[in-house]
Design a binder for this molecule. Structure first.
Ligand SMILES: *[C@@H]1O[C@H](CO)[C@@H](O)[C@H](O)[C@H]1NC(C)=O
Ligand SMILES: *[C@@H]1O[C@H](CO)[C@@H](O)[C@H](O)[C@H]1NC(C)=O
Ligand SMILES: *[C@@H]1O[C@H](CO)[C@@H](O)[C@H](O)[C@H]1NC(C)=O
Ligand SMILES: *[C@@H]1O[C@H](CO)[C@@H](O)[C@H](O)[C@H]1NC(C)=O
Ligand SMILES: *[C@@H]1O[C@H](CO)[C@@H](O)[C@H](O)[C@H]1NC(C)=O
Ligand SMILES: *[C@@H]1O[C@H](CO)[C@@H](O)[C@H](O)[C@H]1NC(C)=O
Ligand SMILES: *[C@@H]1O[C@H](CO)[C@@H](O)[C@H](O)[C@H]1NC(C)=O
Ligand SMILES: *[C@@H]1O[C@H](CO)[C@@H](O)[C@H](O)[C@H]1NC(C)=O
Length: 515
């Protein structure tokens, strides 16, 4: 026992990310296949093609392995393209490799012991070949998904058949159900039929989605579709049974309840992750290794961007992984966050200088960020909907027209509190309040952009039964106040609180089918 403990305490298994050999090629391919006006629209890359862009250059692999060999260390590749390496070394060797001083400390985010070092330096000649090493000095603060909940009476499905936005059941003013979203956004209730259509839901922090809860939810709120189901896929020891928890129940019940009959997988990521980002890289590398990753992936977890601004190597590695998954044909969606202009959670405060706190991964230009709205006459921006401008990622060209138009209208409002050149988010939005969810046998109302991302993902999944582009209900009222400001006002066209607006399935379908 003692010997084992000693061995465990003195060994360290750092992960190293290597930069992609052709990031320009990867980015260009993604934009090309995502652009409805391109002849390559929808021509997703094969696994080999995507990996050839993401793989590190041969000289990078050679330089890193030669350096490790000088210390008698061998590496193992830890991702399909070979852009992640893992080594297992004695603490003394780890210290010698990067001039560190590793000691064990408690990571409050995961409540587990981790090695950290007060300082380190990667040898100068290797710096171009290494995007980041984990663990080193800083530990990423806890991953955030705190949708707010309120216990409610068991909701009922409306017995009226509704088919258009102007005809939303009156109960939707108090409680949001799949039927409300179907009526508001013209989402069909007929089952999807396309073979190979699929949707994935990410879960972190030991969230559990429970089949019995889902069945009860469907029995009450989708009496026309009680056979809906999902399968759980465990990554890093993620929990795949037990009583349902808030976020996973919300996400699985609304994807199953809206994307009728689309193959749905709950990707449950556990605490045995060692990528330094709570398994955010592990889940993407797991999907990249699959021959057919899900066509849509929704994630209602995220972070304040601050840590990633201090560690751009980690931010870029994650964002590139989303780009790679995008080229394989997966639409990658994230909830924008619930702290308005102050960040990812409702309790967040702005920066000491009063400036706004953007969220991550919403700042990555290769994902779709989803904000929240509420009400339906008219539908307005939800105050908690996080939106703004990244300090890490520059504004991509596809946003130029929409964002410049907004900034011109905004004038001097909030000047100096946000980065006008950053990637602006969210891209789109849906309802995000009063969602009826069955959590461990009890119906509760759930609020947050956590509700919006699975809703929009379900619309995308149903469009994938056909194909995709853009037609939206423009949201022009509301704002996300915070940091002693009124935040950003919603306005005609794109805005940094509701994006382009909420979906209209029929309009979207027309666009999709015309391509
Ligand atoms: C990167 O990919 C692009 C697009 O396929 C290609 O034109 C270019 O030659 C590639 N560059 C390198 C260095 O391989
Ligand atoms: C590597 O292994 C060789 C042979 O066992 C040994 O002579 C050398 O000192 C080792 N180098 C390091 C840095 O541990
Ligand atoms: C490493 O850190 C410990 C604890 O802070 C300190 O006592 C020790 O002197 C440091 N060693 C080096 C080589 O920096
Ligand atoms: C952290 O872990 C320790 C030991 O495993 C346990 O006693 C403690 O309650 C945990 N704390 C939290 C906040 O989970
Ligand atoms: C819907 O249910 C209400 C109350 O249960 C009832 O009064 C009404 O007639 C029903 N409408 C239809 C169309 O079945
Ligand atoms: C689902 O949750 C219930 C409690 O709400 C529990 O009894 C049951 O075992 C759970 N099902 C699974 C498969 O874990
Ligand atoms: C659902 O997707 C999984 C993973 O891609 C696949 O193994 C399974 O066969 C699919 N099921 C159906 C009914 O298509
Ligand atoms: C603003 O965003 C750009 C990326 O577009 C970044 O390079 C720059 O450092 C950011 N400025 C600040 C003050 O964070």
């Amino acid at each position: 026992m003692a010997a084992r403990a000693l061995l465990f305490l003195s060994l360290l298994s750092p992960a190293m990310a290597l930069p992609p050999s052709n990031i320009t090629g990867l980015q260009q391919s993604l934009l090309d296949i995502s652009d409805p006006t391109s002849v390559n629209y929808g021509s997703h890359l094969s696994k080999d093609e995507a990996e050839s862009f993401a793989a590190p250059a041969p000289e990078t692999v050679q330089a890193v392995n030669a350096w490790l060999a000088q210390h008698n260390v061998t590496s193992q590749t830890n991702s399909p393209s070979g852009d992640m390496l893992r080594i297992v070394v004695h603490v003394d060797t780890a210290n010698a490799l990067i001039n560190a001083n590793y000691t064990l400390s408690l990571d409050p985010g995961t409540n587990s012991t981790v090695y950290t070092t007060s300082s380190y330096s990667i040898p100068a000649e290797l710096q171009p070949h290494i995007a980041f090493v984990y663990p080193t000095t800083k530990v990423l603060p806890a991953v955030v998904s705190n949708p707010k909940i309120r216990v409610v009476q068991a909701p009922k499905a409306s017995n009226e058949t509704r088919s258009s936005r102007s005809d939303v059941p009156s109960s939707c003013a108090q409680i949001t159900t799949p039927q409300c979203l179907q009526a508001l956004y013209n989402i069909p209730s007929v089952p999807a039929t396309a073979a190979g259509n699929s949707l994935g839901v990410s879960g972190f922090s030991n969230e559990v989605a429970n089949q019995t809860d889902l069945q009860q939810f469907l029995a009450v709120l989708r009496p026309d579709f009680t056979t809906g189901t999902f399968r759980a896929q465990s990554i890093d020891g993620g929990a795949d049974s037990g009583p349902g928890t808030v976020e996973a129940s919300l996400d699985i019940q609304y994807t199953t309840g809206i994307a009728t009959n689309v193959n749905n997988t709950f990707l449950t990521v556990g605490s045995q992750n060692q990528d330094g980002v709570f398994g955010f890289l592990d889940i993407i590398n797991t999907l990249l290794a699959e021959p057919q990753p899900p066509l849509v992936l929704t994630t209602s977890f995220g972070f304040d961007e601050t840590f990633f601004q201090e560690n751009p190597g980690i931010a870029n590695t994650l964002c590139n992984a989303y780009a790679q998954l995008g080229t394989r044909g997966t639409s990658v969606l994230f909830a924008s966050g619930d702290g308005g202009v102050a960040g990812s959670r409702s309790s967040d405060t702005c920066n000491a200088d009063g400036s706004f706190v953007p969220t991550f991964p919403s700042g990555c230009p290769y994902i779709t960020s989803v904000g929240s709205t509420e009400g339906n006459s008219p539908e307005t921006a939800a105050q908690f909907s996080s939106g703004g401008f990244s300090n890490v990622f520059a504004r991509p060209s596809y946003q130029t027209a929409a964002v410049e138009a907004y900034l011109n209208t905004l004038g001097d409002t909030n000047a100096g509190l946000f980065n006008t050149s950053g990637r602006a988010y969210p891209d789109v939005s849906t309802q995000g309040v009063n969602f009826a969810v069955n959590i461990a046998g009890k119906f509760e109302e759930v609020y947050g952009t956590s509700a919006s991302s699975p809703t929009f993902a379900s619309v995308v999944a149903l469009l994938n039964d056909q194909r995709l582009n853009a037609a939206f209900n423009d949201i022009t009222s509301g704002s996300n106040p915070g940091c002693n400001t009124q935040g950003f006002p919603a306005s005609p066209g794109w805005d940094p609180i509701t994006g382009l607006g909420t979906p209209d399935f029929n309009k979207l379908l027309t666009v999709v089918m015309a391509v």
